[in-house]
Design a protein around this ligand. Sequence first.
Ligand code: NAD
Length: 476
Amino acid sequence: MSTPNEPSFRESVDIMFNRAVALMDLPPGLEEKIRVCNATYTVRFGVRLRGQIQTFTGYRSVHSEHMEPVKGGIRFALGVNQDEVEALAALMTYKCALVEAPFGGSKGGLHVDPREYDEHEMELITRRFAYELIKRDMINPAQNVPAPDMGTGEREMAWIADQYKRMNTTDINGVACVTGKPTNAGGIQGRTEATGRGVQYALREFFRDTEGVAKAGMSGTLDGKRIIVQGLGNVGYHAAQFLAEEDGCKIVGIIERDGALVDDRGLDVDAVRNWIGGHGGVSGYPDGTYVENGASVLEKDCDILVPAALEGVINLSNAERVIAPLIIEAANGPVTAGADSVLREKGTVIIPDMYANAGGVTVSYFEWVKNLSHIRFGRMQRRQEEARHQLVVDELERLSRHLGDSWSMTPDFKDKYLRGADELELVRSGLDDTMRAAYQSMASVWHDRGDVDDLRTAAYLVSIGKVADSYRAKGL
Ligand code: NAD
């Protein structure tokens, strides 16, 4: 999506990396080792569909194996190519390091438009792609664990897990070969919403950072903030829905493939999502103004811009006109390196992709751990926790009988306090904690180092430092 005179997506990631390492004191050899992509496997395979063989091209790229398994989604889209997969794999390395998920970085992609095939055809294509990767250990619970990305979801992950199990019948940890599975097939509660939920937690943490909020020229809390979101898919939908429903934000613009909807009163995110489901796009939606040139809405007045579709959408051709004071990169690479410089010059604060959309890999990590431990989170502790809380409640009730009417418990305290945490609550709590800790590690660099004036450079400094430490510990 970037303009012709701009670097490619992978070069953009390298430029941002180089800007950060220039501020570090790494031995040159190590710097190069961390930057380069270790390996990219390209596969071309045929599937018999509609009476003839169709050939598909897929990739799995491994950026860094300083920790294993390596981790990263599989994307199904027509834009998939080697450059993109390598850029995304590099971002996975930095993302995992930043949120302390113990993985190296990887990414996969298949050049296909999933909307052109029915479910049975997609299953054949997905299983065949998975077969090619599994037989080379590029899908394996100990070595390489994919997850959903653009164009893939629970359904594809369940097919991949099943394919692995068919080919590795005695691997007791087989279900951990992929994350983002449905809960009835080894998944974890809260994975589907995780990336959008992480965007919400990231914004909440940003608005707790008064120094950061002031740097964006903003004030107050999330309540009442006007948001424009691009892409109402898995990430964009969940982020927009949670921010509107739980934080009092107004979704004043939604940009999709076929155009955009705007409404200063706030759009009903669920209603728009349902409309897209039934009509294939936003055009014709009755409750909002339709704008045919969707990308122009990126330049509209709002408090927070949430690009949640694809890379390169904010580039040298439009960066100057993007006026939102705060951009949170829910998608990977939505701002090109060139646009990043323009926006930094203008004082726009960008919450970078490697942090903003790390909720997905964080909960994938929880799912992988759950699969390897073969037990649901909370199963051992929940009733014990409730029993201990019951002791406190019994004691309070005993005291209140002595004190009479002068003291009583607030009406729903007992119910809330007694209930032990279920898996979803534990997952959300772990995700919230991760997003807060990672933000603070970036923000302390951003605020305390005189030579760092943006969150992206701060994020790179933190994550490259961690990757370098791992390599050093290995004696490299
Ligand atoms: P998705 O396929 O569920 O949704 C993408 C949405 O963007 C769709 O609604 C699609 O119609 C829309 N879209 C596509 N092209 C567009 C265009 N040109 N203009 C406007 N809208 C367009 O994908 P997703 O899983 O939500 O992923 C979106 C982004 O988030 C990607 O960059 C992906 O790498 C990143 N991401 C996803 C996850 C995850 O857990 N799914 C995790 C981390 C990062």
